[in-house]
Design a protein around this ligand. Sequence first.
Ligand SMILES: *[C@@H]1O[C@H](CO)[C@@H](O)[C@H](O)[C@H]1NC(C)=O
Ligand SMILES: *[C@@H]1O[C@H](CO)[C@@H](O)[C@H](O)[C@H]1NC(C)=O
Ligand SMILES: *[C@@H]1O[C@H](CO)[C@@H](O)[C@H](O)[C@H]1NC(C)=O
Ligand SMILES: *[C@@H]1O[C@H](CO)[C@@H](O)[C@H](O)[C@H]1NC(C)=O
Length: 287
Amino acid sequence: MEELERPQPPARMAGAPRSFLLFLLLLSQPRDTSPALSFCSPKLVNGILGESVVLPLDSEAMFKRITWNAPSPCQDAASGRRVHLAVVTPGGPGALPHLAVEDERYRGRVRLHGRTYSLEISNLTMADEGKYEVEKNLIAHNQYKCDYALFIYKRLSEPELRVHPAMAGNGTCNVTFTCSAGERAWHLTYTWTRPAGGAILSTEESLLVQHRLGDEDSPVTCTATNPVSNSSASASPKAACEGPAPPQTPALSYCRAKGILVLGVLGTLLAGILTVHVLAAREQTRP
Ligand SMILES: *[C@@H]1O[C@H](CO)[C@@H](O)[C@H](O)[C@H]1NC(C)=O
Ligand SMILES: *[C@@H]1O[C@H](CO)[C@@H](O)[C@H](O)[C@H]1NC(C)=O
Ligand SMILES: *[C@@H]1O[C@H](CO)[C@@H](O)[C@H](O)[C@H]1NC(C)=O
Ligand SMILES: *[C@@H]1O[C@H](CO)[C@@H](O)[C@H](O)[C@H]1NC(C)=O
């Protein structure tokens, strides 16, 4: 904000009561009204890597020129230096406004979003992260400025679950699950639930589950969440402690089907044999 021009009171007002200056400052807070310069409250915008983001700008008012500034390409984020990204000028009567992209890095990736003069940036890269600024020059020398902090996150893919079973004696198994979504950790949260979507067991990266050998399985689910997405994976304490379960369900129904078939064949055979015997017996008992 250092480089922003604030309205300078004339020299003879240097001794004006502070309250009057405060009043001037307060007046400058609301959006483009009478004071010469107005600010928005800085906006935080989250973008998704490879996707698009919109830096919002409400603008119905007539304007002379809108200048979008981008973070400096040098890695001196601390300096907060910004460079011209694009300049928007009104089109002729009935024509669309003109957008001139001045920064190579954004060429082919920016356009005006809808009728609002909001700036849409597509194919976001991590390098797009930083502070943006818009300066809107209105007619009658009024100016409006707004700062944006753009953060880029990856859309989370399915987290990886690592499993550490340890026999704790007495037929119990301590199994530790560790969830990892592979992104920078500080903006990631993990929640463990059982069942998926149920009560929260833990919000740590790892979860310790005690499983009694032979007990029912009770899978746990880890959901990784970042500001733009979430993704889940589930794991089974029983499988972790007792080895992968035999392919039960399909095998069972297959066996059952086979059993029924064998029973049916046996039954038919038995009925056949009986019939033959009975018939034979009748034959013999006939005089
Ligand atoms: C944006 O990404 C898409 C898909 O990866 C690609 O086809 C397109 O050329 C990219 N556009 C620009 C301007 O980089
Ligand atoms: C298993 O977990 C319990 C409960 O947290 C703990 O008291 C015990 O020491 C653990 N045993 C082993 C062998 O890790
Ligand atoms: C083993 O488990 C049984 C049943 O829960 C309990 O009564 C017993 O005290 C346990 N023994 C040990 C050594 O932990
Ligand atoms: C997870 O993302 C979905 C959309 O992908 C959203 O509807 C849901 O509310 C999110 N859940 C959490 C806990 O953030």
